[in-house]
Design a protein around this ligand. Sequence first.
Ligand code: ADP
Ligand code: MG
Ligand code: MG
Length: 211
Amino acid sequence: DGAITPAIFRAMMHRAGDDIIAERDWLSELDGVIGDGDHGVTMEIGWKAVQGALSNAPDNETIEGNCKRMAKAFLDAVGASSGPLYATAFLRAGAAVSDRLNLDPPALAAWLAAALQGVRDRGRAEPGDKTMIDAWAPAVDRAQQAALSGSERDVIMAARDGAEQGMKATAELESRRGRSAKLGARSIGHIDPGAASTWVILRAMAAALEE
Ligand code: ADP
Ligand code: MG
Ligand code: MG
C-alpha cells in the first residue's frame, strides 16, 4: 500500500465515472420510483464532464486542483439538484487536502469527511432525511475509524461498506428533503437514488485502489 498520488486519484475518479455510467439505468429506476427518474442520466452527464475535465488536467496538477476542476465540470454540466451537492462535495474535499501532494490514510478520511460536510452545508439535510447524506455519513464514520490504524485501501473499503449499509437503510426512511419529500410515507420501502450513487462512487474508488 502507498499514498494516493494525483495520478492514482485521477484513476480513481475515472473509475467512478465508468461505474456510474454502468449503473445509469439502475440509478434512474430508483429515481423513477420516488423522484423524477433522471438521476442516472444526470450522473452520467456529470461524470462524463468530470472525466473530460480530468483528461485535460496537466499531469502535475494537485489533488486539490483536480477536485476544483471536477466541481466546475459537474456544476456546469448538471442541472438537477444533485449537481451543486456533488460539486460542493468535490470542492470542499479538495480544499481539505490542499496542503497535501499525496493522500495518506488520515488525509483520505479528511477528504471524505469534507465531502460530507459540503453536501450538508449545501443541501441543509440532516442524517435520517433519506438523502445521499445517509450514505456519506456512515462512510465517513467507518473511514475515520479505519484511518486510525489502516492503510489507504482499508480506509476506502471501510467507506464503501459504510455507504452500502447506509444506502440500504435509506429504504426504511421517510423522505424529508428533495423531490421525494412530496411522497411522505409513500417513500418508505425504496432506496434513495443519491445514496445509491454515493455508494457507486465510493465502491469504484475502492475498486480502483485494489487494482
Ligand atoms: P432532482 O431531484 O433535481 O431530479 P437528482 O435526481 O439528480 O436531482 O438527485 C436526487 C438526489 O439528490 C436524491 O436522491 C437525494 O439523495 C439528493 N438530494 C436532494 N436534495 C438533497 C438535499 N437537500 N441534501 C442532500 N441530498 C439531497
Ligand atoms: Mg431526479
Ligand atoms: Mg430532475
